[in-house]
Design a binder for this molecule. Structure first.
Ligand code: NAD
Length: 420
């Protein structure tokens, strides 16, 4: 049986606290979310019938600041998944050194089966149901899988209606017209690219002689693929939920992005008719492509004990959260694969969300160059800290990132003291 995502995260925390000899009481706090909320979301669907969905918001740890994390709409989303994602968010914020704790939200639903109007109703009711527990100083949601700037605009509107005024600082990842930040949409993919290039530099490898496969072509995967290609690497394979595109000369990124993102909803690869590439319905094959770098940027639990031995890439950059189970990670270590872990690789999103939150609070907005400059500075600093810790302790980049994250949260807890 595949190890559950939450079990994987807890196992990684266990091995880190053991190595660091963290106080067992503090370890218990770090392993337990502060607050888990399950809410009912009734809406009247387009057919005039009442449908009830289930939503979650988990606040994992606020020792270092207000909780922060995305909201995911997916048929497989459940409380355990949201707990795993919230836990990773606390660690990610600590590694990036942004003054947030971790949170995550989700709604069990299939957006492909819903109209735009139904998704808007679900979003506004969900926002209303979790409203008593969130706020610019408590918990600030953002987009994740199957949610985007439009979703965040609806969310902000619902909360603002209750507040009686417009709340620019209640969510991040909003549309620019509603107080969003320039560079936020691209920030996670940009961070993936920056981490990838930094690793190549440390390994003395030339980006121009590097082949790449990117699983998932959403907010993270599409931007990461484009920016990595712009650095001179050859992105030979990309996949979405309909299958995989392969072109040994490099997939035509600008044509593909234009095709996928020119309609009201992302279009699927299976309908892409550009020249030069082949289409393979079995999308998971992308994980086994003979490339230098694999960027899983879709969902968790993609590389497990069932398929770990089939992975050929020597470098994996975790664009998605939890794409490799803890057990499969040990196979990657044995094979000598360099893995940039999720809590470092995809932290660009929360870093730019921090910038958006600051801009919203001040109602003073930055230009895109400023966002990208600060983003690069923070991403490279985090990478350096993780890399140096890994070198010094002779541990993997994942162990080093968890060590830094857990140490910072544990220090914050000890400095604050247990209340009361
Ligand atoms: P998204 O909804 O924008 O895109 C998801 C993509 O994955 C889509 O292209 C979809 O077709 C594809 N996909 C889904 N199932 C697939 C499968 N089985 N095989 C191949 N492709 C599949 O989501 P996103 O925001 O890009 O998030 C992707 C991952 O990155 C998630 O793990 C998310 O938690 C993580 N992440 C997102 C952000 C962010 O800012 N959006 C930040 C940090 C981490």
């Amino acid at each position: 049986m595949v190890q559950s995502f939450y079990a994987s995260v807890l196992e990684q925390i266990d091995s880190t606290v053991e190595r660091l000899c963290i106080d067992p009481g503090i370890a218990k706090i770090i392993k337990t979310p502060e607050r888990e909320l399950t809410v009912q979301i009734p809406i009247v669907n387009d057919g005039g019938e009442i449908e009830v969905y289930t939503g979650y918001r988990v606040q994992h740890n606020s020792a270092r600041g207000p909780c922060k994390g995305g909201v995911r709409y997916h048929p497989q989303t459940d409380l355990d998944e949201v707990k795993a994602l919230a836990t990773l968010m606390s660690l990610k914020c600590a590694v990036a050194n942004v003054p947030f704790g971790g949170a995550k939200g989700g709604i069990t639903c299939d957006p492909d089966e819903l109209s735009r109007c139904e998704i808007q109703k679900i979003t506004k009711r969900y926002a209303t149901m979790i409203n008593p527990f969130i706020g610019p100083k408590k918990d600030i949601p953002a987009p994740d899988v199957n949610t985007n700037a439009e979703t965040m605009g609806w969310f902000m509107d619902a909360v603002s209606m209750y507040a009686g005024h417009t709340m620019l600082d209640i969510v991040t990842g909003k549309p620019l017209e509603l107080g969003g930040s320039l560079g936020r949409r691209e920030a996670t993919g940009r961070g993936v690219m920056l981490n990838t290039m930094e690793l190549l530099k440390r390994l003395d490898r030339d980006p121009n002689k590097t082949t790449v496969a990117v699983q998932g072509f959403g907010n993270v995967g599409s931007v990461a693929a484009q920016l990595i290609a712009e650095q001179g690497s050859r992105v030979v394979a990309v996949s979405d939920m309909s299958g995989m595109l392969y072109d040994p000369d490099g997939v035509d990124m600008s044509a593909l992005v234009k095709f996928v993102y020119s309609g009201p909803r992302p279009r699927l690869f299976k309908d892409f008719d550009g020249p030069g590439h082949t289409f393979e319905k079995e999308g998971t094959k992308i994980l086994y492509e003979d490339v230098d770098i694999l960027v899983p940027a879709a969902l968790e639990n993609q590389i497990t004990m069932d398929n770990a031995d089939r992975v050929k890439a020597g470098i994996i950059v975790e664009g998605a959260n939890g794409p490799i189970t803890k057990k499969a990670d040990s196979v990657m270590i044995e094979k000598g694969v360099h893995v940039i872990p999720d809590i470092l690789a995809n932290s660009g999103g929360v870093v730019a969300s921090y910038f958006e939150w600051v801009q919203g609070i001040q109602s003073f907005f930055w230009d895109e160059d400023e966002v990208n400059r600060h983003l690069k500075r923070i991403m490279l600093k985090s990478f350096k800290e993780v890399w140096e810790m890994a070198e010094m302790e002779k541990i993997t980049l994942r162990d080093a990132a968890f060590t830094l994250g857990i140490s910072k949260i544990s220090n914050a807890l000890e400095l604050r003291g247990i209340f009361p």
